[in-house]
Design a protein around this ligand. Structure first.
Ligand code: OFO
Length: 178
């Protein structure tokens, strides 16, 4: 049974995934402007990944006989303004880590709801998101740790940018795990 409660919860989640995608897009654009070639590729890829998470939800809702029509909060312009000339790379990845923790906690709530509603199909569907959040939280925390290690060293940021390009861009990462 695909209840209204579950449907509403999944729709709220698809908006959050869209917001994540938008957030990473604004971060990517900011880092590109600053000349971080590797980090910006990583963030553009991440933005696409978040959009795919949204699509997965839309298609699941439709497949279960629901309707994925949602009204969007008008936040896109706010997100784009978030990174100003005075932001730092550390602030950016702190924000990324906070965002991933927030999404993980929302996924947890949805899993709980699926059990309350005895919707085992949705419970099963959400397992993929749990795996994904474990991966993304770990990755953003690891990047933040690296930035803290670098401190103020300009050469450190240069090498870090190269490291991200070589080891953490989405396409490269997928190829390596094949
Ligand atoms: Fe959608 O996975 Fe992160 O936020």
């Amino acid at each position: 049974m695909f209840s209204e409660k579950i449907q509403t919860g999944l729709k709220k989640q698809l908006i959050r995934e869209l917001e994540s995608s938008q957030l990473y897009l604004s971060m990517a654009s900011w880092t590109e402007e600053k000349g971080f070639d590797g980090i910006c590729e990583f963030l553009y890829d991440h933005s696409n990944e978040e959009r795919n998470h949204m699509l997965k939800l839309i298609r699941y809702i439709n497949k279960r006989g629901g309707s994925a029509v949602v009204s969007l909060p008008n936040q896109s312009s706010i997100l784009f303004k978030e990174f100003s000339l005075h932001s730092t790379l550390k602030e950016l990845f702190q924000k990324s880590f906070e965002q991933e923790k927030k999404i993980s906690s929302e996924i947890n709530k949805l899993v709980e709801l699926s059990l309350q509603e005895k919707d085992y199909f949705t419970h099963n569907f959400l397992q993929w998101y749990i795996e994904e959040q474990i991966e993304e939280e770990t990755l953003s925390k690891m990047i933040l740790n690296k930035i803290e290690l670098i401190g103020e060293e300009k050469i450190g940021f240069y090498l870090f940018d190269r490291d991200i390009k070589e080891n953490y861009c989405y396409v490269t990462k997928k190829k390596k795990t094949r």
